[in-house]
Write a protein that binds this ligand. Structure first.
Ligand SMILES: C[S@@+](CC[C@H](N)C(=O)[O-])C[C@H]1O[C@@H](n2cnc3c(N)ncnc32)[C@H](O)[C@@H]1O
Length: 279
């Protein structure tokens, strides 16, 4: 039996991304090539597709198949209190906005929602949960459904509790979850976010936010796309707002005209236009 190719050339990758862009308007052309190539190979292995031609034709003909492909082309890895050391600082940012009637937070590229629920826990801990207005978005419909569901496998809980305790030493997993039929569900009070499908590359954002998280998403984009997406994130920030990136989100050189590091330990940035106003 033929084996799917284990590696794609740049030309083969371009043929696939061009076809997807023309057929569905979803633009993967400026995604970082190596991780996207791995994604297509993963997709072929999983679906027992032996040739690029077969994959190309299936993607173009079957829109439901393509929708499910998005999850293999993107990486939805996330966890509760990911990088536990940042959450203390995030709590201090939240308190800076406590005078406002609502604190608007956008989780861009929220994957399966763990970051969103971590933020709700931090806001609860600061007595500000009632002010938190969160929008959580991702390109992957599967990830968004899972995030909305707020159900996480029991096997993940020991690891999640360890991270929670690094933020809140007395915190316990039962503070965040209810248990039903052996399954763990995020407690109702933490389900305050509005989850939506949104493509950071092509969809507009008309709202403004006090804090935007976009952690471990830019890592999948090339330099051109990183800058384009950074510009749209900065446009969606209030002048006194904060942008929280991930540790591995390397920034293009030209981003230094857009944002400045607020905190070097935790990759938190402020929009440069706010500093220019002070000067
Ligand atoms: C590694 S996860 C990061 C999740 C979370 N922010 C964290 O740091 O734990 C990257 C997420 O970015 C999403 N993503 C990739 N391209 C996107 C795009 N163009 N628009 C919106 N989300 C995108 C993926 O679907 C995936 O869920």
């Amino acid at each position: 039996m033929a084996r799917p190719p284990q590696i794609l050339s740049d030309e083969e990758l371009a043929a696939l991304t061009d076809a997807i862009k023309n057929r569905y308007g979803i633009d993967f052309t400026n995604y970082e090539k190596r991780s996207l190539k791995r994604g297509f190979v993963r997709l072929m292995n999983k679906n027992h597709i032996d040739s690029l031609l077969e994959l190309w034709s299936k993607i173009l003909k079957e829109s439901d198949f393509f929708k499910s492909c998005i999850d293999d082309l993107t990486v939805n890895l996330t966890e509760l209190f990911r990088n536990p050391e940042i959450w203390d600082e995030v709590g201090s940012l939240l308190t800076q906005f406590k005078h406002k009637t609502s604190i608007n937070v956008w989780h861009a590229g929220c994957a399966t929602g763990e970051e969103v629920y971590s933020m709700a826990m931090v806001a609860h801990n600061k007595g500000l949960l009632y002010k938190l207005k969160s929008l959580a978005t991702d390109i992957s419909s599967k990830a968004i459904s899972k995030a909305k569901e707020g159900y996480y496998a029991n096997e993940l809980l020991p690891k999640y509790e360890k991270s929670l305790k690094k933020y809140l030493p007395n915190g316990e997993i039962k503070d965040m979850f209810d248990f039903e039929d052996g399954k763990a569900y995020i407690k109702k009070k933490f389900r305050v976010a509005d989850f939506k499908i949104h493509n950071l590359v092509s969809d507009k954002m008309t709202r403004k936010f006090d804090i935007i998280f976009c952690r471990n998403v830019l890592i999948y984009f090339d330099e051109v796309l990183k800058l384009q997406v950074l510009e749209s994130l900065v446009n969606a920030l209030n002048d006194d707002g904060y942008l929280v990136l991930g540790y591995y989100d390397m920034l293009p050189e030209s981003s230094k005209d857009l944002i400045s590091q607020y905190n070097t330990d935790t990759r938190i940035y402020v929009p440069l236009r706010s500093l220019k106003q002070v000067i």
